[in-house]
Design a protein around this ligand. Structure first.
Ligand code: SF4
Length: 373
């Protein structure tokens, strides 16, 4: 998170009310001091393109990871174009929270949808290799979910999803989903679409199947049930705020250290970080944010794969997906409980695991790539 400054006025995220001051934000030197070997680094915000030095930030981060991703509202097309001219491989996810009217209303941006779409078209013209839209699902927009997916599929774009979380970072009191069963019903319809994906690109079609599993996890979260897979916040991912503070995620406000005071590695290996990881292992919030669900899916790939195969076959036979088995996914729920008790809580080596990112929130994610991106 290079900045908390934002040019949107979203209903579901009030970071724009609490902007960081330019002079307090992490500098290019702070970023340059990060170690190499990250699996992925997501630049979110705030709106990351409000940093005048966004191109230089990406220049540096591209030496730390093979996968730099920018989560943006797409308003500042020229800034993103400048990044893509230098780094066409950078992933860009433009946040859209619905079709034009709904998106602009939720995000508080006049012509926000138009800007997002123009940005995608411009970046594609410039040769960007990995473009997509991203939605944060809530009761305000779940009925646009399938339409947005079809739009992305027809344009050959990625489509990432996250769901509204009541996290401190967003600064919205009681940021929860209303009309839960209506939202669940919309997500179920979307999951059926994903499992029957007709995308021409084989890779994107397979990703749709695993995104179906990601969305299956949203149902548990919306209903207040447990996570399908253990949370690895603080181990799989970390969240670095604009002031250099490292958190395990953006929902547990426990610092693991500050990169302005100590090196990232010292923070990562500190007793303070270990204490925070123990808190994560006992955390009962049961979030299903992209930042933690994606690595959990990758680490436990057999389980989502079994779920995908089982339910695809059921749909082919004209049956519905198995939705509710003791609030799990219907695949080895007993094992799931055991896995939960073994949730990752230990310190890992960056070089060995090559896995940590700067932002779990997707738009978050959102958090979001690999099978579920
Ligand atoms: S469940 Fe995981 S992501 Fe959610 S607050 Fe707890 S540690 Fe953070």
């Amino acid at each position: 998170m290079p900045t908390y400054r934002c040019n949107a006025r979203c209903q579901i995220c009030h970071i724009w009310k609490y902007p960081s001051q330019k002079n307090d934000e992490i500098t290019l030197e702070d970023i340059d001091a990060l170690p190499e070997g990250f699996c992925r680094i997501n630049l979110g915000g705030g709106e990351p393109t409000l940093r005048d030095d966004i191109v230089e930030i990406v220049d540096i981060l591209s030496t730390k990871t093979d996968h730099v991703e920018i989560s943006t509202n797409g308003f500042l097309t020229s800034r993103l174009a400048a990044v893509i001219k230098r780094h066409p491989e950078v992933r860009v996810r433009v946040s859209l929270d619905g079709l034009p009217k709904k998106n602009d209303e939720i995000r508080g941006m006049k012509n926000g949808f138009d800007h997002g779409m123009r940005t995608i078209l411009k970046l594609r013209e410039l040769g960007a290799k990995d473009l997509g839209f991203a939605i944060t699902i809530s009761h305000r927009n779940s009925d646009d979910l399938v339409d947005l997916y079809h739009l992305c599929a027809q344009m050959g774009l990625e489509f990432s999803q996250s769901v509204v979380h009541d996290a401190w970072q967003f600064r919205v009191p009681h940021n929860v989903i209303e009309n839960r069963e209506e939202v669940v019903s919309e997500i179920k319809g979307f999951i059926r679409e994903l499992l029957c994906s007709k995308r021409r690109d084989h890779f994107l079609r397979v990703k749709d199947w695993y995104r179906a599993y990601l969305n299956r996890g949203f149902i548990n979260f919306v209903r207040g049930d447990g996570r399908l897979l253990p949370c690895g916040a603080g181990t799989d991912i970390v969240f670095v705020d604009p002031y250099g503070e490292i958190y395990p995620c953006n929902a547990l406000p426990e610092s693991m250290g500050n990169i302005k005071e100590r090196s990232f590695r010292e923070c990562w290996e500190s007793a303070q970080a270990q204490r925070v990881r123990r808190m994560v292992s006992e955390c009962t919030k049961n979030c299903w944010m992209v930042g933690t669900s994606r690595p959990a899916i990758k680490r436990n790939l057999r389980r989502p794969t079994a779920w995908v195969l089982k339910n695809k076959i059921r749909l082919l036979l004209g049956k519905d997906i198995i939705w509710d088995v003791e609030n799990g996914d219907g695949i080895g729920d007993k094992e799931m409980i055991e896995e939960k008790q073994e949730a990752p809580s230990g310190m890992i080596s960056l070089q060995e695991e090559k896995c940590a990112t700067s932002s779990p929130a997707e738009p978050v994610s959102s958090e979001v790539t690999s099978p579920t991106d």
